[in-house]
Design a protein around this ligand. Sequence first.
Ligand SMILES: *Cc1c(COP(=O)(O)O)cnc(C)c1O
Length: 467
Amino acid sequence: MDSGAKVKPDPRRSLPSVDRLLAQLAAHRAELSDWALGAGARWALSEAREHLAQLAPTQRAACIAALPERALSEARRVARAHPVCVVNATGIVLHTNLGRAPLAEGAALELARAARRYVDLEIDLASGARRSRSAAVEEKLRLASGAAGALVVNNNAAALLLLLAALARGREVIVSRGELVEIGGAFRIPEIAEAAGVRLVEVGTTNRTHVDDYERAIGPETALLLKVHRSNFELRGFVSEAPLPELASLGRARGLPVVEDLGSAALVDLSALGFPAESYAPARLAAGADLVCFSGDKLLGGPQAGIVLGRDAESTSRLARHPLARALRVDKLTLAALDWTLAAHLRGTAVHEVPALRALLAPVQTLERRARELAERLRAALPREARVGVEEERGFAGGGSLPGFALAAWVVTIRAPGGAERLARRLRLATPPVLARVRDANVLLDVRTLLEGDEKALETAVREALR
Ligand SMILES: *Cc1c(COP(=O)(O)O)cnc(C)c1O
């Protein structure tokens, strides 16, 4: 190890022991737990051990002197709770990195209630017999959608994996080349297919796929026809895709199920409000899909979950019997929150009570008023050199939802003396953290995604960031 340097003492010998370093940090034991200080101290020592050998002898003392500070900042980092609440001022209602749909108050209360107590998760109280944990939620899903079959799993990626494994394992699945999408967070259709043990048969071209393309690809090994919604990008120009009703007729004629991964779908028909008709899940079953799947925490506005709706009850029962279903099942917390969210849909109050729907459907006059009020508030609180304005802007639904569907948005603009990127960073590090958009020299605060109490939190955070 030390060949050629035998005469020199190993500089690492000058490092203190963990205990000695911890003794130097004793004053911080009121602020930080022993586990965090211990982890910080060990990390700082191992970092110094790596660095020391490369440092010039004159720099070594400084490296060792910095140990308590390095240990302390690492201890603070590991001790920080995660996730913490942030202010979403991006205007992106379904932002995957920000946890997608925030739950409605009622859903959050049910979740917290179920979390603390024993619950009748898998027991029928009348007979005392065992019962499926998701039966009640699946019943509400059938009632809210009109579908004959329903199934809930952990997320939509799991739903698609289960669909493919249960219906097509060892066989072929036909899909358009224009729909071999990657959703982010490493969800790629070809990789899910491989994990499910199915062979994808790609048809058409990136921009155009016709029903004939699917028809020509059907062979003795074909198990199903798959459609995938292009959730996070748009194809424009010389494009065409096989319409679902035509694909469904083809499937029926050849005895093949047609499955559609909708990604983001609602159980409220928003088409009258200008939203794309294909985002209403029941409409896709009506248009001929045998099975559709989508996320619980996108347009539905509930907890993370994967939802499968089926034209008949047998298709979803078949999925439920597959061994993978056990590995992909949801917990009581998800079920409690989803149950409440579905009940709100059944009552007809989801558009008022579910935050994601409320944000997406907010009238533009309301947004303008909130933006003007927020700007007033910030102007009063901020130094003069931070120039605060109000503007109309384009917004995005986000989270793999409604690509190319622009929402009118109102934003508060802040032009900060030190530059927009710097202010955006300081806002992320403020208390509470604020996530905003940057456009040229301005930071944009989009009021669409602000939740109750966020205006006050924003004022505090912006003031802190501009200090
Ligand atoms: C979002 C999305 C998924 C992944 O859903 P998760 O619930 O995040 O697992 C899959 N397919 C499409 C088309 C999507 O938009």
